[in-house]
Design a protein around this ligand. Structure first.
Ligand SMILES: *[C@@H]1O[C@H](CO)[C@@H](O)[C@H](O)[C@H]1NC(C)=O
Ligand SMILES: *[C@@H]1O[C@H](CO)[C@@H](O)[C@H](O)[C@H]1NC(C)=O
Ligand SMILES: *[C@@H]1O[C@H](CO)[C@@H](O)[C@H](O)[C@H]1NC(C)=O
Ligand SMILES: *[C@@H]1O[C@H](CO)[C@@H](O)[C@H](O)[C@H]1NC(C)=O
Ligand SMILES: *[C@@H]1O[C@H](CO)[C@@H](O)[C@H](O)[C@H]1NC(C)=O
Ligand SMILES: [Zn+2]
Length: 504
């Protein structure tokens, strides 16, 4: 994929890779072995290097831990108060989602400001969405740190057998029903810790099952200009100390809408990309104007990518080499899109139709997979919930499921929802603020390269951009809890324990 080559081949990046790939690093993670056939001189060198590294490592850790030498931003969380020169602030996190910003959009030369922000801060090669790579499942994964099977929003539309209710993302009666939304969003965790929160249209309910709401809440509305969103965010930041939110979430859909309408390579996407880039710049500049860059961590994310679907190969599920017309009419609930979750009428023979799909002699059998909960790829973590239908047809990129009646009517020129391993489905992660300052400081300092933790996760390029390896979006919940100092309140989630340790 172009995204990989375009930044992996940059000279600085590879140079850094070389350094982190040295044998010292391996010594720390694997048992030294007599059988690895290294030349004696290299082993001696390595052994003495290892001892030196241990000494330096202990020394470096002591330095980092000592209250005198600790990076000022490391202790800035929780109740700690810092002045921007005129006003007191607690540490603040602003998380902004730009829907459908595919990771490699940042390489188009159309987002100079986001790149500039990432140059001063931090960027990941990409952020890996959960499956299915859809808006509501992923925005809730970002909020809760959970996979779809655990947070319950298993698609943008699905039927829940327990309540016998239909979830549909754009029907308020269902989308705002707290029963659908499982898990604990980051604003609920913050609330538990007594932190004021503000939510500007982040996809999700205004209230959770347990009755927790963000302190400030602006409900979803389409076509709200970016300038109005900027004003709202700044109005919150400029509130008096006692009323000011410390966790702000904001959402912008225009880029995803453009991607669906005209496809990821279109003029409209390029133009919208440039607009959201200006929005990011305006937001960042407003923080600079207020001398808040050492106080507010701003995290730009997206939920998934986008792929061109203007000329898909159509797979007709009501053809005889798929379900057939009878099979389709035996389906009582059809969930998801572009994948299809199927629930059959209990009077019909589900095994028969499943068998028919699995043994299909379809001429484009390479274009789709048929799964049950038992055969679903385990890396999707998409099986263990009642809401996940017993049979799923999952199309590959360049293929689309449809019926003879629907044909290609209403199909968009761009889409997502496919396998989260696909690079075109990957999302963006760019951060700037005290958090990224700590990361850069550690990296720059003379002993940075000697610190006794694995540095594989991130690299710096010659132009001083910090690029972390791709990582799953379920880690973001843990990052925000860490930044706000609310880890003791955090609920169980699917992030990796200690994932962010190496950055703090
Ligand atoms: C800007 O904020 C920092 C704390 O983050 C403070 O030390 C500094 O004095 C402020 N600068 C001005 C010009 O007020
Ligand atoms: C949008 O930008 C990309 C990357 O710069 C470019 O390849 C593509 O041709 C552009 N699309 C249009 C319609 O100009
Ligand atoms: C500190 O932040 C407040 C509130 O946003 C702002 O009004 C003020 O101008 C800022 N102070 C400085 C020195 O930028
Ligand atoms: C349902 O279909 C399966 C597979 O074709 C078949 O073995 C089974 O006998 C059928 N059951 C009924 C009740 O018809
Ligand atoms: C994800 O987290 C939830 C909540 O702790 C847990 O029940 C579930 O087993 C986890 N899933 C995986 C795959 O670890
Ligand atoms: Zn989306």
């Amino acid at each position: 994929m172009s995204s990989r080559s375009s930044y992996e081949e940059r000279e600085g990046l590879l140079a850094e890779n070389d350094r982190f790939d040295d044998p010292f690093d391996k010594e720390l993670t694997t048992q030294p072995s007599d059988e690895d056939g290294w030349p004696r001189s290299k082993m001696v060198k390595t052994a003495s290097g290892f001892i030196l590294l241990l000494i330096l490592g202990v020394f470096a850790r002591a330095l980092l831990r000592s209250p005198l030498h600790v990076h000022p931003d490391l202790s800035f969380s929780g109740d700690y108060i810092r002045s921007n020169g005129t006003h007191d602030f607690r540490r603040t996190v602003l998380i902004v989602s730009i829907d459908g910003l595919r990771a490699d959009y940042l390489d188009r030369g159309l987002t100079p400001h986001l790149l500039e922000i990432s140059k001063r801060g931090l960027r990941a090669k990409s952020m890996v969405p959960i499956f299915p790579t859809l808006t509501f499942p992923n925005h809730w994964a970002l909020m809760t740190g959970l996979y779809a099977e655990s947070h319950g929003i298993i698609a943008n539309n699905f039927w829940d057998p327990q309540t016998e209710l239909e979830f549909h993302y754009n029907k308020i009666s269902s989308a705002w029903n707290p029963e659908f939304w499982l898990g604990e969003p980051m604003w609920e965790t913050a609330n538990k810790a007594g932190i004021i929160t503000a939510n500007l249209m982040w996809p999700g309910p205004p209230k959770t099952k347990s009755g927790s709401s963000p302190t400030y809440f602006v409900p979803w509305k389409d076509k709200v200009p970016l300038s109005a969103k900027l004003d709202q965010i700044l109005a919150w930041i400029d509130l008096p100390f006692d009323e000011r939110p410390q966790l702000l979430m904001a959402y912008e859909p225009s880029l995803d809408q453009a991607g669906h309408l005209t496809g990821p390579m279109s003029t409209l996407v390029n133009r919208t990309l440039a607009q959201v880039d200006l929005f990011a710049a305006a937001l960042h500049d407003s923080l600079v104007d207020r001398n808040l860059t050492d106080i507010v961590d701003i995290v730009f994310v997206s939920d998934h990518g986008m792929t061109d679907t203007s000329h898909p190969t159509l797979i007709y599920v009501d053809d005889d080499d798929m379900l057939g017309e009878q099979g389709l009419s035996a389906v009582v609930h059809e969930d998801g899109w572009p994948a299809m979750g199927l629930r059959f009428n209990s009077k019909k023979n589900e095994s028969y139709y499943l068998e028919k799909l699995l043994t299909s002699q379809h001429p484009h059998a390479e274009g789709f997979d048929v799964y049950t909960k038992h055969t679903m790829p385990s890396r999707w973590h998409f099986a263990h919930h009642d809401r996940i239908a017993p049979v799923w047809i999952v199309p590959k990129i360049d293929y689309a499921l449809t019926t003879r009646k629907e044909g290609d009517v209403g199909m968009s020129k761009g889409n997502h929802g496919y396998d989260n391993n696909e690079h075109s489905m990957h999302a963006m992660f760019v951060a700037h603020g005290p958090f990224s300052a700590v990361v850069k400081d550690l990296h720059r300092s003379s002993f940075g390269a000697w610190l006794p933790w694995k540095n594989k996760g991130w690299h710096s390029t010659s132009d001083d951009t910090y690029v972390m390896d791709s990582f799953p979006n379920v880690e973001v919940y843990g990052l925000v809890a860490r930044l706000l100092g609310t880890e003791n309140y955090a609920s169980h989630n699917n992030g990796t324990k200690g994932f962010w340790d190496k950055y703090f």
